[in-house]
Design a protein around this ligand. Sequence first.
Ligand SMILES: Nc1ncnc2c1ncn2[C@@H]1O[C@H](COP(=O)(O)OP(=O)(O)O)[C@@H](O)[C@H]1O
Ligand SMILES: [Mg+2]
Length: 322
Amino acid sequence: MPVSKIVLPVGTFRAQLAETLQKVEQGQRVVIERHGAPIAALVPIGDFYVLSVREESMAKRIIFTNISGGEGKSFCTFNAAFALADMGFRVAVIDGDPQASLTKRLGLHDDPNSPAFKADHTILQVFEQDEGEIALPAPLKVGNLDVWPANRHLLEADSKISADLSRIGNLHDALLALEAQYDFILMDSKPGVSPLLSAVTAAAEHIIVPVSANKGMENLDELARLVRTARKFNSKVGIRLFVPNRMRTTNLSRRVMESLTQYSQIAPLSPSVRESTVGGEAEDARMGVTRFAPKSPLAGDIRSLVDALLQATGSKAAEVTP
Ligand SMILES: Nc1ncnc2c1ncn2[C@@H]1O[C@H](COP(=O)(O)OP(=O)(O)O)[C@@H](O)[C@H]1O
Ligand SMILES: [Mg+2]
């Protein structure tokens, strides 16, 4: 549906600058005319970011990973996906964990007859192909998200990749063919080192590492090794952002935050995401926090995280000082 716009002659725009800006902030688009001809447009900043990303017409491929479990990989993938889609971006989601917690949270395993339980809708398909163009099956739909779900069949990916290591690059190749269709391809990943994790990492360009304040970063060495392995297949992949997650006002959280500050040499830290029961409630409602409870403090944290993600992945146009 086209968004309505206000058309203002330059003189009126100048006279009503403050109130016009307020309207734009609230979502209104404004076209400014000189001598009856449109010369410029004002759009809300979110629309501008969408435009900047769309200009590149190349999907940003992002993996949320950390070698250990319970850090918030699935939580961040889930919430970032909904938040980005609500900003107007075209978002695809890949569940790269056979435990399928992301697929479950998206509600795709709620119906026992769901196609999300079948092997042929998962990324396993690309690791069974050796010749010709490597292609993913059609995605499933969850609202405006395109989703490649996971299920226990994805456990077979490790042996398929081990049988022919050149298949590690197959998901990467399949995603390149989809780059023009999406603004963001978000990938959730499994804990523990495995061929499947290497393949999903090699398919990404940007790595985002959630770190739970309940545990801290446990396996930086393993993470560095994973990045090295993935780089052999895709030299562009790298760590772009650490996300302090499940932060509370405890000493443990403070210590984790301090230790994370050291990692800022590797990649920036996003603003921290607090621990909140709203997270679980939103998952139970099969909705991102920014949709489920847009005014909650946790939703504010997720919006800040998404903003950091946009910056870290170069999705915001560079700012030029006049
Ligand atoms: N900021 C948060 N606030 C509340 N619960 C969270 C938060 N981050 C993660 N969780 C919960 O913690 C658990 C582990 O997170 P999850 O995303 O599944 O970790 P991972 O995918 O890294 O194994 C999940 O039940 C999730 O809902
Ligand atoms: Mg997970």
